[in-house]
Design a binder for this molecule. Sequence first.
Ligand SMILES: [Zn+2]
Length: 353
Amino acid sequence: MSEIKRCKKCGTPLMVSKENTWNGNGVIAQTRDFEHRMIFYESDNIGALFTGIEHILGLPIEKIVVESKRREVKEYVEKMMSAITRKAVKHIGIGMMIDTLSRNGRAFGYGDISMVERRRKNDSDDFITMSVRNPHSILFFCGEVLGAWEAIDGRDHFVSYEEVEPGFYRVTCRVGEHPLELQGRLNFKTYPYKPGDIECERCGTCEVPLSVAKYTWDLEAGTIVHPDTRRRMAIFGPRGMEAILDDLEAELGETIPETVIEAQRLTVRMAMKDMKWIGDDQRYRRMMAFRGLGNIVMMKLGDKSLSVRMENACIDLMSVGMVQALFELMSGTDTSEYDYKISPDGVLDITIS
Ligand SMILES: [Zn+2]
């Protein structure tokens, strides 16, 4: 694998700081495609959220998560690479594609990714096996490999994984039908972003916010870890997460939004329980913005309630669960009620009481 270059001043991989822009309106956008949004988010919380949803529902959701991710990644790769480029990659550049996938994954916090074996003789026995140590989410990884591979190969595949040793997985894509065809259509919500004036100190060389640069980027292990809290982060697209939640709702019914909010409330409470909460709205504003979750333009803390208005919101249900958990931690209560409203132009109003 070729070397991943870092900023000489702050150490952030240039793949991260050049390809993503942290804007003053709470949006992290891909520098080359401002429509394509990213988030910088606690990756341990993703797995915990899925486990929490399964626990509340009493149903496995693994197949839906993988299929939803596959669909999103396949569409993304098809959009980024023309059919001609994909054909060329298929015939001459598979190794290059895998190298790019692996380098991207390491810089974005997806774990230590390697190619294990592949067979491609254009018959039904073809397969590709990748390994990953310490993935940000094994289900995301399965969907990502499957989606990217299908976009290049052009045939439908199914994926399986085995945990060879704790935290070390082998993921194999084989030619064949998807075990599940999702009912809903892939439907990304887009709206023009509202401007914002959130300021942050930035690296003088690569311009990444210092609150991002201070993380430890281990490019061998593919991890991004906070030096004090040891919380692990990953950079990924919120649309994929939103698509998964929409697909869960289409497949499993109307109780999914409340299930997601509740699972997220419990996950964030557990993850943040040791943090000290103070009534500093600018701090919460920066906290949401450096994760790319949107711009808090109003935050009102009453005796027994909290109202928050967020512009340019994304992963809305998760944000509701997160704000609810923050309120409970701030006010020292174990339970609360929530109400929320999402407008078509991306404004999320949340009231917790
Ligand atoms: Zn820098």
